[in-house]
Design a protein. Structure first.
Lengths: 304, 304
């Protein structure tokens, strides 16, 4: 793993690029040409939990990409399909790792090529200050696992390189328990934040009065767990405990789905809540609360 | 019914005051002193479906109220308790009629006095242009019924006077079937509008794709009907049909709960969804969708 291509230079992509550039050659595929130009001109700065200033070779045109051994796809849900299409036909020996919210990103990538695929889920967070400056806020782990018949050795190599770059990473023989824990957590928290306007604060864990939001979040978690059980997944972490712990940290996280709503952008509801609803239909599990949030967030998107 | 006091001069109160002033003496109890001053100075103008210019005697101080035979309480939910408290100890021979959204306003009034009480539900709508000008938009009916042992004769007298003033009114021996129809309709539409930002438009009746909002609204209506059935109420109109019909009118209604959310004002969620949730608990009926909307709108209020 000497050449890494980061596909999508939002917060997560930039954190990978800024760190990995100190142990590998890093290229970045951006959506906007100005973004690529700025990165080529100024490099990429990471502040916060790490201080880095990385040289990267960026392009908005997939024709301009240098060969790579590993691509890390870190787009938003809405950017996944075009990103996978941009990689189609290129560097078939490479491994493609996905680190999107929700589940199902691997299938979208697979539809565009025969690469080895590694599933990823990250708990890092940060704030984007500009095209060339990202602040590293939560220095939590990224977990990786094999997708289909990708050898575990490949997964471990990537995890080792990520760890060598200064980020936290762990290779797991089966990522689905962790992916599902995070999926259920995100599906219980993000749409509720998006609809109420609340950041992920202690309201989400409060269950004192009957109207407290914690009941709803708990109900969503219980529905999600029922779907995971029906799908044969033994969760890695309990999503309700993840929720309680996260609301006890000092500053409330501002979920990206709430940012999307504030900016009247398409949200990640399809990959998050949509994944749970579709799996529930497949497994014949009743998820009225998720179905409701799905409809409400879709309705909100329709109001713009 | 020669002297009527309108308590709360929002859209509905102003429509009653502007029309009734042509057949009765009308006094108005406002929340703000400037509002009372403006009404005393300029009178009250109604445009739209009716054209009226009424002289009214207004006061923001209940001590300044002239005696009345009938008080029509047309405040928002948040203004009900102070309005009932302002009437306490006054004109015990009078009849008090409530025309708030939701159910339960009569109990709040009863806690402040022994007046005969008449229950009302109105389908009128309008737009408030200023403290002294309201536009009459939907000239639909107001329905009245006895509360506790109020004689039906009293109800009919008030309905006749309202009709004589140029508004549409009907006295019903039992208002609860109509109140519950409107309650279920409002509980299915208003919070969904408040959370999505959509006015009451055709999205609310659409049930083509699984993500369409109509499924959610339909699910809410079904929960509401189950509560009504458990409470022994035989609905006057089917709330789903009310929803479909309303979305087929030319211009989409902008529900007051969405206006409240836009203005970061406390909403009527307690009297509307709260009434259904409380009745469901009492009757041991499961209403997960209503409980969820209740929590979400409460969360939204908490985010301000």
């Amino acid at each position: 793993m000497e050449r890494v291509c980061i596909v999508g230079a939002g917060v997560i992509g930039s954190l990978f690029a800024g760190h990995l550039a100190h142990v590998c050659d890093v290229s970045v595929l951006t959506r906007r040409k100005e973004h690529a130009d700025a990165l080529n001109r100024e490099g990429l700065r990471v502040s916060g939990k790490s201080e880095r200033h990385a040289r990267v070779s960026a392009s908005a045109d997939p024709e301009g990409l240098s060969p790579f051994d590993v691509a890390i796809v870190a787009t938003k849900a809405s950017g996944l399909e075009p990103a996978a299409a941009a990689l189609e036909g290129r560097f078939s020996e490479a491994t493609v790792m996905t680190v999107l919210n929700g589940i199902g990103a691997e299938e979208v990538v697979r539809a565009h090529g025969d690469w080895s695929i590694v599933s990823g889920v990250t708990f890092m967070s940060g704030t984007r200050h500009s095209d060339t400056h990202v602040e590293y806020i939560l220095d939590t782990e990224t977990w990786l696992g094999p997708y289909e018949d990708t050898p575990f050795e490949t997964v471990r190599d990537i995890a080792d390189t990520i760890a060598a770059s200064g980020l936290k990473a762990e290779a797991l023989p089966d990522l689905r328990p962790a992916q599902w824990s995070k999926l259920i957590f995100n599906a219980a928290v993000n749409p509720v934040a998006a609809l109420t306007g609340l950041p992920h604060d202690p309201h989400f864990a409060q269950e004192v009065d009957p109207t407290n939001l914690g009941h709803l979040v708990h109900g969503l978690v219980d529905e999600g767990k029922a779907v995971a059980t029906a799908a044969g997944i033994d969760l890695h972490d309990d999503p309700w405990e993840m929720n309680v712990l996260a609301t006890q940290r000092g500053s409330a996280h501002y979920p990206s789905m709430l940012e999307d709503v504030d900016a009247h952008r398409q949200t990640e509801i399809e990959l998050i809540t949509g994944s749970i609803v579709r799996e529930a239909v497949r497994r014949d599990v009743s998820v009225p609360l998720h179905a409701m949030l799905y409809g409400l967030v879709k309705g909100k998107e329709a109001s713009w």
